[in-house]
Design a protein around this ligand. Structure first.
Ligand code: 6LW
Length: 524
């Protein structure tokens, strides 16, 4: 038994291990910072509103969402012209001078790089300071010993900025572009560790060739010396279950140990492999050897950190919509106008008022949450009340499957690229109807070259729980390899016409063995 396993019996780590990903589901481009014993982490959010989900942890493994950094229109505008996978890319979160600082790119029209600050990471965050002089994506923030603030961004380039006004000072300079010939040097983060400035970057693109490389210098502006062991992390060309590893951020834990948070994916099915949950956040230990970081692997089960587990509160499986406000995990596409939703029109119910007439429309009224588990069961009780709406699994406007009710009928609608089909219908009684989707990952070892990554069963549930499956669909069409882009599946409710009411929404993770008990004892 290892030390970690011995500790596991007493400090809450099951078997002395933790499970990766630490933030499952569409949570890419993680950036992390520590303040005392508290860790905070943010992710990209693209076309979803509110933007930039922020999480808190006391052990780097268990994370609780405490808000969204860009949670009001004055901070984040995603006009209808915003394409899916446009919008909010790759934030950097830092704590400096008693405040939290977040810099991020809004790739939508009229967006650009912006900076917000907060005393409390749960918010409120300030109105944005714009940085028109900082071109490109993936901005990083760091301060040198003189107090000068440096913004480093994809390319890899750097410019000094005044973070209070957003003005640039001097000209941008090129720092490094990673391995000769490698595509997409991006996601830079710059750290002072001992006598060196370390520049951590991603390269190879965010797909199977993704990698993390590092260079160091004695001043933030360089010259940079590449690590002889680059890339310090990549899973390219391997058969590991976690692929596309890259876009990392480094953090020193309170005990002096070092860790990376990074994005990776879990492709499923046959060849070429389809990942359906988006790019997820993983945790990996780091040691320092001869002045360079060495990553201790990114695997589904990892040795527990050398401190007690501190599980964080998680939302319950069921959202009853009894509160006036919404949990921060709920996201809409591009905007959430106040007149498009209500929890008070019919108290105890969520009312969605239609704008765009289907999930194909960029202004559809939609409220969803990330699919975070390979297998899960999602249900909602919906009263169409003369309108039309339902339960949908969304990748983007061109890739979504759902079951909706209206006019006394339930129907399963499938959108795959330019093809839209109603694949099943059945009559339903007037009044509230339970809609359900089961997502089922294949059993381990169930593989052939054309095997789907998962199947989705859509249908109607009766009050005794009997599931009338109207359609069973191949999940590959709701994967990133088919749809393209940077996001992952989001499952939720929508209104296509009228005002549609939802009494509750259940998201129940299921283990591969069919046991509906979530692995973290109730946490979703
Ligand atoms: C992000 C870039 C990347 O800006 O993907 O994986 C882009 N890395 O750094 C979108 O998330």
């Amino acid at each position: 038994m290892t030390m970690a396993q011995a500790r596991g019996t007493t400090d809450g780590w099951p078997d002395g291990t933790f499970r990766n990903p630490v933030l499952p589901g569409f949570h890419p481009d993680p950036s992390v910072c520590r303040v005392g014993d508290d860790y905070y982490l943010v992710c990209s959010s693209f076309e979803y509103f509110p933007g930039v989900p922020i999480f808190h942890s006391r052990d780097l493994v268990h994370w609780e969402q405490i808000g969204n950094v860009l949670d009001r229109p004055g901070q984040l505008t995603l006009p209808p012209s915003t394409a899916s996978s446009g919008g909010v890319y790759a934030p950097t979160l830092r704590h400096h001078d008693g405040r939290f600082w977040l810099i991020v790119t809004n790739c939508a029209d009229g967006g650009g790089n912006l900076l917000v600050t907060a005393e409390d990471p749960a918010g409120p965050w300030s109105d944005p300071v714009r940085l028109p002089g900082v071109p490109g994506i993936d901005p990083d923030l760091t301060w040198d010993d003189e107090g000068d603030c440096w913004c480093t961004y994809a390319g890899i380039e750097q410019v000094r900025i005044d973070p209070r006004t957003g003005r640039t000072i001097g000209e941008p300079r090129r720092l490094w572009s990673g391995a000769p010939g490698a595509q997409a040097p991006e996601a830079p983060h710059l750290y002072r560790v001992g006598g060196y400035w370390y520049l951590l970057i991603a390269e190879g693109g965010t797909e199977r060739g993704h990698a993390v490389s590092v260079a160091r210098a004695t001043a933030p502006g360089g010259p940079y010396e590449p690590c002889p062991a680059n890339p310090v992390l990549t899973h390219r060309g391997t058969n590991r279950p976690i692929q596309n590893t890259g876009h990392a951020d480094l953090v020193e834990a309170a005990d002096g140990s070092w860790w990376l948070v990074l994005l990776g994916v879990r492709p499923g099915g046959g060849t070429p492999g389809w990942h359906v949950l988006g790019r997820e956040t993983f945790l990996a230990p780091v040691t320092w050897v001869d002045g360079w970081p060495v990553v201790g692997g990114v695997e589904p089960v990892m040795a527990a950190p050398p401190w007690p587990a501190r599980p964080t509160p998680q939302p319950p499986a069921r959202d009853d919509f009894d509160a006036v406000g919404l949990h921060p995990r709920w996201v809409s596409v591009r905007s959430r106008p106040a007149e498009s939703w209500s929890t008070t029109e019919r108290p105890g119910w969520l009312t969605l008022r239609a704008r765009g007439a289907s999930m194909d429309e960029r202004d559809v009224t939609f409220l969803g949450r990330r699919q975070q588990h390979p297998s899960c069961r999602v249900r909602t009780l919906v009263d169409p009340a003369g309108g039309r709406g339902g339960l949908v699994v969304r990748l983007d406007e061109r890739h979504h499957h759902g079951v909706e009710v209206g006019d006394g009928e339930a129907r399963v609608l499938v959108r795959i690229g330019s093809v839209l089909a109603t694949v099943a219908t059945r009559a339903v009684p007037a009044g509230p109807v339970r809609l359900r989707v089961d997502v089922l990952a294949p059993a381990p070892g169930d593989w052939h070259p054309g095997k789907e990554p998962d199947v989705l069963r859509f249908g109607v549930e009766s009050a005794d729980g009997t599931f009338d499956v109207l359609a069973e669909l191949d999940g590959r069409y709701l994967s990133t390899e088919v749809a393209g882009g940077f996001t992952g599946r989001v499952i939720g409710m929508y209104a296509a016409t009228g005002s549609v009411h939802f009494d509750w929404f259940d998201y129940q993770p299921e283990d591969g063995d069919g046991d509906p008990t979530p692995r973290d004892g109730g946490a979703i």
